[in-house]
Design a protein around this ligand. Structure first.
Ligand code: FAS
Ligand code: PHB
Length: 393
């Protein structure tokens, strides 16, 4: 039975950001990941980084490729009722976002951490977490078919919505909140030039559409899809035709189509589990909260959780302080709930929920108001670039 300081379950953004941050402070970690490295590095997920996430990657030395190939954006567009209205984030929120895929973030953090001697055990699922109420919690895991135990000072559940971390917290100690949306997002990745220089979020009577990108030659598009819809129901041409129908004329005419590199359907839910700590088990990222991807908050909330959690752990190991560990859940959840709210609100504003024409007219009126007022544009800008991290030290 071996021991480390911080046991981390999950090598997604939350686990990797935490391991890298702690490593730079000389704190030992072990990451357990149930999938293979190739599988993790090939997942297509988020595409937009808030300023706080970009700053973290720079601090961690994981920004070289991002600085070279990432695309800074100062604005995004809202399309509705045949119109295209730009939200100028630089003007109304004093900053922008970075278009740089989660896939790339993950690849850079894995390479950096392994090159620095970090330990990531791939294809080694954590099957249980024990003794979390003691000072020596244990991760029971499988490695090469053998069940083993790692003793830790702390265990980090960075293992996503389906992980073992949250399930370890007794049901009577955990409060969960969940809303499941009556649609999904059908996404396509294609080696085609993006339809516009910035992202376009489209509210259309047929349903929502999003035009995003991964580079100047690789595009990522989404259309709102029916619950129960399947990727196999869609040919590439069917996708492109439906996307065109939902875009304003100039975008529909200039859309460059091509064969899919990937096509997938993601369900949409809002979910929060409270508290994000139980004994010496801490939750971060999707293990504790899920947002509909409308506001591009999922990956970025994982980063802000780690901003707080890493500071709390560093204060413990460097000064034997436990106050930040005690405050982590409360402070992290304050920012989580504001992002949960924005993502829910932006989703209700942009998606088709019914065939009731009044619902659509009310959405159009709200978009008309938001894009016609400085106050409205400030709301759309400051929430999208990401609300500030609280001081935590
Ligand atoms: P992750 O889910 O990324 O990582 C958790 C890791 O834990 C996984 O690698 C998993 O294999 C591992 N794991 C789970 N159980 C384990 C166990 N028992 N033992 C060991 N390892 C275990 N966000 C956006 O902002 N924009 C988007 O467009 C967007 N699209 C998405 C599409 C999909 C299909 C999904 C599922 C999510 C999407 N998200 C998006 C949200 C996503 O980016 C998450 O917010 C982000 O990955 C959160 O990072 P983590 O918390 O690290 O969780
Ligand atoms: C993406 O590029 O995958 C993306 C961008 C913005 C979103 C969601 C997804 O809100």
């Amino acid at each position: 039975m071996t021991r480390t300081q911080v046991g981390i379950i999950g090598s997604g953004p939350a686990g990797l950001l935490l391991a890298r941050t702690l490593h730079l402070q000389g704190i030992d970690t072990v990451i357990f990941e149930r999938q293979s490295r190739d599988y993790v590095e090939s997942r297509i997920r988020a595409g937009v980084l808030e300023k706080g996430t970009v700053d973290m990657l720079r601090t961690l030395g994981a920004d070289q490729r991002m600085n070279k190939f990432g695309i800074p954006h100062d604005g995004y567009a809202l399309a509705f009722n045949g119109r295209l209205e730009r939200v100028d984030m630089a003007k109304y929120a004093g900053d922008g976002v970075m278009v740089w895929g989660q896939t790339e973030v993950t690849r850079d953090l894995i390479a950096l951490h392994l090159d620095a001697g970090g330990i990531i055990k791939y294809e080694s699922p954590a099957i249980a977490i024990e003794d979390v109420e003691t000072s020596s919690p244990k991760i029971i895991y499988e490695e090469d078919g053998v069940t083993k135990t790692l003793v830790c000072d702390f265990v980090m559940g960075c293992d996503g919505y389906h992980g073992v971390g949250r399930q370890t917290i007794p049901a009577d100690k955990l409060k969960t909140y969940e809303k499941i949306y009556p649609f999904g997002w059908l996404g396509i990745l294609s080696d085609t030039p993006p339809v516009d220089e910035e992202l376009i979020y489209a509210n259309h009577e047929r349903g929502f559409a999003l035009c995003s990108m991964r580079s100047h030659t690789r595009s990522r598009y989404y259309i709102q899809s029916e619950l129960g819809d399947k990727v196999e129901n869609w040919t590439d041409d069917m996708f492109w035709d439906e996307l065109r129908r939902r875009l304003p004329p100039h975008a529909a005419e200039s859309l460059v189509t091509g064969p899919r590199l990937e096509m997938s359907i993601a369900p949409l839910r809002s979910f929060v589990a409270e508290p994000m700590r139980y004994g010496n088990l801490f939750l971060a990222g999707d293990a504790a909260h899920i947002v509909p991807p409308t506001g591009a908050k999922g990956l970025n909330l994982a980063a802000s959780d780690i901003f707080y959690l890493s500071r709390a752990l560093i204060a413990f190991y460097s000064e034997k302080r436990t106050d930040l560990l005690d405050r982590y859940s409360e402070v992290a959840l304050r920012r989580v709930w504001k992002a949960i709210r924005f993502s829910w609100w932006f989703t209700t504003l942009m998606h088709k929920f019914s065939d009731d024409s009044l619902d659509y007219r009310l959405q159009v009126a709200e978009l008309d108001y938001l894009t016609g007022s400085d106050a409205g544009k400030t709301v759309m800008a400051e929430n999208y670039i990401g609300l500030p991290f609280e001081e935590f030290e």
